[in-house]
Each structure stands twice: as C-alpha cells, then as structure tokens.
Design a protein around this ligand. Structure first.
Ligand code: CUA
Length: 301
C-alpha cells in the first residue's frame, strides 16, 4: 500500500489487513449514518409522544447473522495468511538472530557474523530468533514480518525477499533506554553478490592462515602485505598483476596466476621481477603450504 512490498509476506498481510479495514469502514459508515438518521427523524419536535417498539425478528436475525459471517470470513483469511507465515519452505537459508540491549547480531550457517542482515534475492530465509537479556521484537515493515525475541525461547519467522534494496529493521518491544536505537537493516542483493559477500569470511580465514605461514617462513621480511616496496615485490594485489620478469636472462611479460606463483615459490630463481635482485632463497614448503600461500595471495587485494 504505502510501503514497498519487499517480501512474499507483504501481499498476504496487506490483503488480510485491508479486508478487515474495509469491513470496519463499512460498519462505521452504517452505524454512524443510522445514528444520524435516527437523531433527525425521531427527535422530540417530530415525535412529541414516544412509541413502544416491540422489535422485529427478521431484523434481529440479520444483524446477528451478517456480523457472524463477516467475522468468520475475517478469521478464515487471517488463518490462511497465518499458516502461510508459519510454514517455512524446505531448504530455507537459516540465519540465527541474537537480540540484546541494544543491538542485533546475525549469524550464518558458515559461522559468518554481521550486524546487518544480508540476504539473497528470491531465496527463502528462515530467521531463528533469540534474546540474550529481555524481550525484543524483530520488525521489518517493508517485509511485513514481526516476531518476538524471547529470552530462553527459540522463535522463528521466514520470508523471501522480492526486491533488491535496503530495508529498516526495528525493535518493536520496549526493551529499555536504547530501545529506539535498536536499529539495523536488511540488505537484499542478487544471489551472486550475496555469495561473494558470504565467502568473505573464508577469505578472512585465508588471510589469517596465509599471514601466519608467511611470517613463520620469514617471507614478510622481504615482501610487504600492505603495498610498500621492500627487497622483494609486495604481496598486495599480486594476483592478476602484470609484471615484466627476467627468465633465463630474457625479459618477458607475464600475468601473475596460480602457475606462476607456484613456480616462484618452489623455484625462486626461475623468474625474477624486473627491478629486483635474484636473492630469494629456496624454501622448505609442502604442497599444502603452497596452497595456503597461493590462497592468501589470491585474496590479498
Ligand atoms: Cu530491543 Cu526494544
């Protein structure tokens, strides 16, 4: 209606809400008009003497039956959308949500953590909600989703994002002084963008492992990781870099790829980057260690 319909729950919730709203508007109209008509028509000037009205069975049946049917229809529509909202499709991506005074933490299946909820477009996501301290409530107006986070109890909700964009997350259960600051965002990206973000954790691990190994082997004495030039070329942005190298005394242009890196690690004298001295010693490295080093160099942007 006024909000974007950014998830598959939006339509269901809006339909239910608007259906009930229009019935209410209709009933308000009927009751208010009847009141006004009665005030004018049966006022004292027009009816100096009061009459005793016995009642009408047909009228009484109608005003009992019509509201009953309306309420049952409201119940049916509400129940149908409730079932839809509670039934998580198989294969939904699970994200753990921890609410606390006063922030949100989202933990993914691969252990990646974030203070904003990043999700891929068009894929069902199940949020498993927890609270570390008091009652909170996760609310995303654009998605029409809302569920309490209860200490000691696991609750959940699910949705499929329908539009790329960034949407507000609110806490909508008063949880203390910082309640109104307990904000975050859902960031919906394409599946491709999501996957590249999702794998960054692994990259962080690769960097940590790689750095540790390179430090142990003494590589960082001559090669920097931050772009500064030392005795040897820097590791920063090395993968895919174009270099002029001296191979057996002849200059040639190369692009740094896996094969080149492996050769340079195992046979340091094979290719010498122009401008540097052929002083790198041969290292004692296992096949696995070479892989760790290459993984590290690949992600060293
Ligand atoms: Cu958390 Cu209000």
């Amino acid at each position: 209606m006024f909000l974007p319909e950014a998830s598959n729950s939006a339509r269901v919730v809006d339909t239910t809400f608007l259906f009930i709203l229009w019935i209410e508007v209709f009933l308000l109209g009927v009751v208010t008009s009847a009141m006004i008509i009665f005030v004018i028509r049966y006022n004292k000037k027009r009816n100096p003497r009061s009459e005793n009205i016995e009642g009408g069975p047909l009228l009484e049946i109608l005003w009992t039956a019509i509201p009953t049917v309306l309420v049952l229809i409201m119940f049916y529509i509400g129940w149908r959308s409730f079932v839809h909202i509670r039934k998580v499709p198989e294969g939904a991506m699970a994200v753990n949500v921890m609410a606390r005074q006063w922030s949100w933490q989202f933990t993914y299946e691969n252990g990646k953590q974030s203070d904003m909820l990043r999700i891929p477009l068009g894929k069902p996501v199940k949020l498993v909600l927890h609270s570390q301290d008091v009652l909170h409530c996760l609310y995303v107006p654009a998605f029409r989703i809302k569920e309490d986070c209860v200490p000691g109890l696991e609750t959940y909700l699910w949705f499929t994002a329908k539009e790329i964009g960034s949407y507000d997350i609110f806490c909508t259960e008063y949880c203390g002084l910082g309640h109104s600051d307990m904000l975050s965002k859902i960031i919906v990206t394409s599946e491709k963008d999501f996957d590249s973000w999702y794998s960054v954790k692994e990259a962080a691990v690769m960097i940590a492992q790689g750095l540790k190994l390179l430090e142990g082997k003494g590589c960082l004495g001559c090669h920097s990781a931050d772009g500064t030039t030392k005795i040897g070329p820097t590791f920063k942005g090395i993968f895919g870099r174009k270099e002029t190298v001296l191979t057996a005394g002849r200059e040639r242009e190369i692009t740094v790829n896996e094969e080149y890196l492996k050769r340079s690690i195992l046979e340091p004298q094979a290719d010498i980057v122009k401008g540097y001295q052929p002083i790198m010693p041969k290292l004692q490295v296992s096949e696995d260690e070479v892989k760790v080093i290459i993984d590290y160099l690949k992600v060293m942007k």
